[in-house]
Design a protein around this ligand. Structure first.
Ligand code: PLP
Length: 368
């Protein structure tokens, strides 16, 4: 068994900031620390405004609702993602249109997205799966050409960059998650980023019970919700953000060590040259023509967090089955093949020292 570093992690910096909050009279979302973290994270990703919330599922829903997506609209999403990418579309009353991924980048195929855009399509929600970014050039151009709103689900892509520009700064708005397994975490949490001031105002009001700046606490202009992130969460996230760059750099170095040792039998995720920085949330690969499930079990037995891909495409969830929520499913041949032979290894595998990484790579190679 290989001993990998644990996750999540905390040190004296979290304690210091948590104590600051605990000594204050405001532990909730109105503590200035929350706004400071929103500004810091928005600046880190290259956006003008950050609106935090309790998790990365409600941030997707807020983002779509406040941008005016609703009944009668279709939103193009990749067939491979965590459920929230699609359920947020459903929850605002719109229809997800599932399109295929590319076979090795595991991200939305721009040609498939183009073919899927129809008269009711209002928006496209790209996911940066595992941290390596979807082709934002092609998808952004498609959205511009067809008049679609472009959104990013950047739940995996804190710190990732496409041609020097950070994830979450390409579309009208983007959504991040700070859930327990994410590379920046407070156990739970999320944030919407945008550089559109009007949208930022709507989001802020929506997450704060319909309040508006300059009015009293008991003036509510719309039926919003209380989605505010607590100051305790913001304290932990502030400390985590201070460490994030160092951790990303460590994973990038360890990826090189891993690649050098593991060999070529696995088809590892193809990272476009435009991705000059990858968060390395997941190490993704495909066991082409082999026994993927057996491979994952053998890797897990070595103490390495290895998971077979999702058991089905998003449209295979019972929610979108017969009599379920409305959706449109385009042909997804790459998705269907990846369901059977792809897998991911969690980022903890790249968080040890170089020798530990070499041992991980040897264990993975031996499991093929
Ligand atoms: C791609 C993607 N989007 C959204 C979410 C939802 O985030 P949360 O768990 O914070 O609700 C996740 C979480 O795992 C995710 O992987």
């Amino acid at each position: 068994m290989i001993e990998l570093p644990g996750w999540p992690i905390a040190d004296g910096r979290e304690t210091e900031l948590l104590q600051e909050v605990l000594r204050s009279p405001q532990w909730g979302g109105f503590n200035p620390l929350v706004g400071k973290f929103e500004d810091a994270f928005a600046a880190y990703q290259g956006a003008s405004f950050g609106i935090s919330a309790v998790n990365g599922t409600v941030t997707l829903e807020m983002m779509l609702a406040c941008a005016g997506i609703g009944p009668g609209d279709e939103v193009i999403v990749p067939a491979i993602s965590f459920v929230s990418t699609a359920s947020a579309v459903t929850r605002v009353g719109a229809v997800p249109v599932f399109v295929d991924i590319e076979p090795y980048s595991f991200n939305m195929c721009p040609a498939a997205a183009r073919a899927a855009a129809g008269p009711r399509t209002r928006a496209l929600l790209a996911v940066h799966f595992g941290g390596s970014m979807a082709d934002v050039d092609a998808l952004g151009a498609l959205c511009a050409e067809k008049g679609l709103l472009f959104f990013e689900d950047a739940a995996h892509a804190h710190g990732s960059e496409w041609k020097g520009k950070r994830a979450g700064s390409f579309g009208l708005a983007s959504s991040f998650s700070f859930q327990n397994g994410k590379i920046l975490t407070a156990g739970e949490g999320g944030m919407v980023l945008t550089s559109d001031e009007e949208l930022a105002g709507k989001l802020r009001s929506y997450a704060n019970q319909g309040r508006r700046p300059g009015y009293s606490f008991f003036h509510h202009f719309e039926a919003g919700n209380n989605y505010r992130l607590s100051a305790l969460h913001a304290a932990v996230l502030t400390a985590g953000l201070e460490r994030l760059d160092g951790q990303i750099e460590k994973r990038a170095r360890n990826w090189e060590v891993f690649r050098g040792e593991v060999g070529e039998e696995i088809r590892w995720q193809s990272i476009p040259g435009a991705v000059n920085r990858n968060s390395w949330y997941l190490v993704l690969g495909r066991v082409v023509g082999g026994d993927r499930n057996g491979f994952c079990k053998r890797v897990q037995a070595e103490g390495i967090p290895c998971t077979p891909f999702y058991p089905h495409p998003l449209y295979g969830n019972p929610m979108y089955g017969e009599g379920g929520a409305a959706c449109r499913v385009e042909a997804c041949p790459n998705t269907e093949v990846c369901i059977g032979d792809a897998f991911w290894i969690g980022f903890r595998a790249l968080m040890g020292d170089a020798e530990t990484t070499r041992r991980v790579a040897r264990a993975v190679r031996a499991a093929i």
